[in-house]
Structures are given as C-alpha cells and as structure tokens.
Design a protein around this ligand. Structure first.
Ligand SMILES: [Zn+2]
Length: 351
C-alpha cells in the first residue's frame, strides 16, 4: 500500500468513528435531572393560589361570575295565607318591614345563588323601592301603591313589575290568588337582559369576618321581635354548633316551602326608625335615611349601637357603641325594621 492511500484510509476510519460517537451521544437516553432540595422548595413556593371571590350582599365565597351579578330584590308577602313562602332560604339578605295593618312584608335580595321558585310575590311600597335603590338592584314585584310606583320611577329603578313583565312570573295552581304569584332568578335575569338593564351594580357592601370560635359562643340564647300582633311575632333561637339562628314565625318554625327546611340566619340586624301611617288604608311611611337606635345579633351576642344610612344610594350600616362599623358573619342576614316603641327581647346575659 502506498503511503498516500494509507493516510486516506486512516482518515476515513477516523471520520467513521467520530460520527458514530456523535450519533451515540445524541441517541443516548438522558438521565433524569436531579433537583436539589432548595430548588424543589423554591418551585413549590411559587404555586399560585387562585383568587377567592365573594358575594357582594352576603359575603359567602362564590365564583367570579356570580360575585359580579347585579342583586335582584323581590317583594315577598308574609300574610298568614301566604306562608310558608318559597325561596327565602336562598336569599342573601332579607328586610322585614311592617306594611299596612301591621302585616309584615319582605324584600328578599338574591345575588350569588340561583332560586327556581320565589314567592308569593306582592306589590311595592315606596320604602321597598328605597331599600332596593341602596343595592342598585333589579326590583321584582306585582303592582304597587301610587307612592310606591312614583318612587320606583323617581329613583330610576330597574323595574321588573309583573304587570309589564308577566313572562317572568307564573301563577301556582295549588294556591289561591293573590297568594300564588311566583318567579325565579333565572326568569328575572333573562327578562332584565331583554330589557337591556345593566347586569352588574356597584355599592359599598357590609364588612365581613370569620365566625367567632366555638369556645367564645354561648350555649343558647334567643331574640324576639314584636312587629305588631302575635301573628307577626318573630323569634330566633341560637344554635351554638352552627353559629346561626333558627327562625320562628308566630310561634311556629318558619320553613321554606321549596325544601321544608327551617330558615337559618347568620346575622339579625334591628333598625329602629320612624314608621307613620299616611293614609286611610293604613299605608305607612318609613324613615329609611339618617340614623337611629340599632341592634345586631351574631355569634350568640348582642351589639347595641346605631344604624346609619347616609343616602338612598347607599345600604344601611351598623355601628357598635364605640362607633366602629360592625363586621358580620358570612351568610344570610335579616334586617328587621321596627318603630322605636316596639319591643326587642333577648336575655341580657348575651350582651
Ligand atoms: Zn350572597
């Protein structure tokens, strides 16, 4: 073999070996990357917790979508023939107010949860329109007093009156008129969209806190509110374990007709304010703006203080004796509106 040929042969062998090594290195199974403990910890620490969203009216945790919903205020009657009502259990907050003749009526506000059956729905009064305005709520009702109607108009309320939006309501066949008109949050939201009402609202909500720890709760306590006659007397009995109050109406458990459950309430707020009769039918005018004596019942305790509502575009707030805004427990709140001469009974030991 000539020297030149030998050199070429050696060069070719060299290239073949080098290429094979390259291919092997490329195809070689890769070893798992070992992470030292510090690096592992760092990766775990950067896991982001998804943000929590809360209902603007009752403070309960909910989805982002539901936290942005516009509240719906529905006027539900409390005539003995209308009991038990449907859907009160699902409301975020309920206002209980004396209408004419000592008969109480409710303004039930629905926001984060759906309710398929709410009623019986009744007519609007001006003070209900005023309360709904504070939440910038859609208002569901069936007709109204002349002053009720004019207040709905003058406050520019997103009005879902049954008279003009009958498709959102139905008459139940197993109850007699006028105690048989029902609606649902789905129907009302659908109708509100057809009417091109805003789907959200903005207002300054209640402040919320965590429930008091079990060891700080009393064994038992109660609250009684005397609206007018015994038929409208309300009693709440405290449940230490659940940290809520079971509601009684006229001496009987106040149940939701949809589920059969007794109504269970997290906060009871009492607003003492002027209530004066303004016409022959006995319709009343209620002082909804300003301030006055108030009580709050939560965690089995009573807080005496005052209620304040600066204007109709704000919701009511409660302050303790030191002037601090009360923080409520997350869940259903009842606001009980009574005149200063009506009694609120509770054991003094709970204060
Ligand atoms: Zn809610």
């Amino acid at each position: 073999m000539k020297k030149k040929t030998l050199i070429i042969l050696l060069a070719v062998i060299g290239v073949v070996i080098a290429t094979s090594l390259g291919i092997y290195a490329f195809l070689k199974p890769k070893e798992p990357i070992k992470m030292d403990k510090k690096a592992k910890k760092k990766t775990q620490a950067t896991v982001v917790t998804p943000p929590a969203y809360f209902c603007s009216v009752c403070g309960e945790e909910t989805s982002k979508e539901n936290s942005e919903l516009r509240p719906i205020a529905v006027i539900v009657e409390n005539h003995p023939a209308a009991r038990p009502q449907s859907g009160l259990e699902d409301a975020c907050t309920i206002y209980e107010v004396v209408a004419e003749g000592g008969i109480t009526r409710f303004l039930a506000i629905y926001t984060h949860s759906e309710c398929k059956n709410i009623g019986p729905v009744r007519s609007v009064r001006e003070y209900f329109a005023e309360i709904a305005k504070g939440y910038d709520a859609l208002l569901a009702h069936c007709g109204g007093s002349p002053t009720g109607y004019s207040m709905v108009k003058s406050l520019n309320i997103a009005d879902l009156d049954e008279f003009a939006n009958s498709g959102a309501y139905w008459r139940a066949k197993d109850r007699k008129m006028p105690h048989n008109l029902y609606t649902s949050t789905e129907n009302l939201r659908k109708r509100a969209a057809e009417r091109k009402f805003d789907t959200d609202s903005s207002f300054e909500p209640f402040k919320f806190k965590k429930d008091a720890p079990v060891e700080d709760r009393p064994e038992e306590t109660y609250v009684e509110i005397d609206f007018s006659s015994p038929k409208f007397k309300v009693r709440y009995e405290y449940n230490k374990e659940k940290n809520s109050y079971l509601r009684f109406m006229s001496g009987l458990a106040h149940k939701d007709r949809n589920s059969g459950n007794q109504l269970e309430v997290k906060n009871i707020l009492v607003q003492k304010t002027s209530i004066s009769v303004v016409d022959k039918i006995g319709r009343v005018r209620i002082g909804n703006v300003g301030s006055g004596e108030g009580y709050a019942f939560l965690d089995g305790k009573v807080f005496k203080g005052k209620w304040v509502r600066d204007s109709l575009s704000k919701i009511i707030k409660f302050y303790d004796e030191s002037g601090n805004e009360l923080q409520l427990n997350r869940g259903q709140t009842w606001v009980e509106v009574i005149s200063p001469d009506r009694k609120v009974n509770f054991p003094e030991t709970t204060s």
